[in-house]
Design a protein around this ligand. Structure first.
Ligand SMILES: [Fe+2]
Length: 351
């Protein structure tokens, strides 16, 4: 006689097991999303170079527009061919002036790599200051240090910043480390002043203090770290445009939140891009082109250079505008050096 066929006891489908499966699935997707984000921020985004275009109506009526290419934080090491190629291709934009706000080096033998990256840009009038990472090789740091208000500065092997200085000066770029000068572009005088790196307290504003040249068409203040104590003095002395780097734009930005840290005294909302500083000056903080080899990640914060077109105040396109564009991510076009701009949106923020 056949045994009675009883239905097998159910071992699945109860409320608690369904919950377990859902939790497993959620954990799985979380791990997958985390891994994908980590891979993107470490392998992809640091290589997606972008050009930030800014129009600033700061020149006197009737002046010729002046195109300033703002480079910062290359953190270059030998062998970074993609970065080097992208930076040198910016010469195709035919800027009138190049300003390098420091942290160019990240390796003992990086000077030739930096020279290769600048390429034909060294034939353009230029100016520079140094950043904290130009003086000493990077060292591994715990990420928590970026959240400290005044972290102890850890120094690695001294870097050949004097060689970097020599090559830039030989090619005609002005060293603005605690110095000021003027430069003539398209027959128009530009006043330039800068401080040595404020992050490592090398800034000596007292050496350049005083009203900015009133005869210049524009007055540009340059610093590596956008420390408020320095920016305030530039603004008080009448500088129109302030250029800085150092923050790397926060390097990791969260949607709806922005930068988590600035690594200096400036507020998080100004970690990248254009903002007002005081009633008169404009501040551009570059998110930079590289990062420490020990923190090689970027999230929602592409490496960038800025092309700032200074325009006369009566120009019909006088609205301040910013466009971030990857249009020159491969090769900027030769020719008239005026790639078609993309849509321009206002990002001006009150001080
Ligand atoms: Fe930097």
């Amino acid at each position: 006689m056949p045994a009675t066929a009883y239905p097998a006891p159910r071992t699945s489908g109860t409320g608690s097991s369904r919950l377990g499966r859902a939790a497993l699935l959620a954990a799985g997707s979380l791990v997958a999303t985390g891994t994908a984000t980590l891979a993107w921020s470490a392998l992809a985004e640091p290589r997606l170079f972008a050009l930030r275009r800014i129009d600033l109506p700061v020149l006197p009526p009737g002046a010729w527009p002046i195109r300033v290419l703002h480079l910062s934080d290359l953190h270059i090491v030998p062998g970074q061919r993609r970065k080097s190629g992208w930076v040198s291709s910016l010469a195709d934009l035919r800027p009138d002036l190049v300003v390098n706000t420091g942290d160019t080096l990240s390796h003992l033998k990086a000077v030739p790599a930096a020279v290769a990256a600048f390429g034909e840009l060294l034939d353009t009038p230029g100016a520079f200051v140094f950043g904290n990472n130009d003086f000493y090789a990077p060292v591994p740091k715990s990420p928590h240090r970026y959240f400290l208000r005044a972290p102890t500065i850890v120094r690695g092997t001294p870097l050949p910043w004097q060689d970097l200085r020599a090559v830039q000066v030989e090619r005609g770029w002005l060293d603005l480390s605690n110095g000021k000068d003027t430069i003539t572009v398209r027959g128009q005088k530009i006043a330039l002043a800068g401080v040595d790196d404020p992050y490592t307290r090398r800034d000596r504003y007292d050496k350049i203090a005083g009203p900015a040249d009133p005869d210049a068409v524009v007055r540009i203040g340059v610093t590596h770290a956008p420390e408020p104590r320095v920016l305030d003095q530039f603004a008080a002395d009448g500088y129109d445009v302030l250029l800085a780097g150092h923050t790397h734009g926060g390097q990791i930005r969260l949607p709806g939140v922005g930068a988590l840290v600035t690594n200096c005294g400036i507020d998080r909302s100004r970690a990248r891009g254009l903002s007002r500083w005081g009633a008169h000056a404009w501040l551009n903080v570059s998110a930079g082109l590289g990062s420490s080899p020990y923190m090689p990640v970027r999230l929602c914060c592409r490496p960038e250079a800025s092309l700032i077109t200074l325009r006369p105040r009566e120009d019909p396109d006088t609205s301040v505008g910013v466009t971030s564009s990857a249009a020159v991510a491969s090769r900027a076009p030769r020719g008239n050096g005026r790639p078609a701009p993309r849509q321009t949106t206002s990002t001006a923020r009150p001080a």
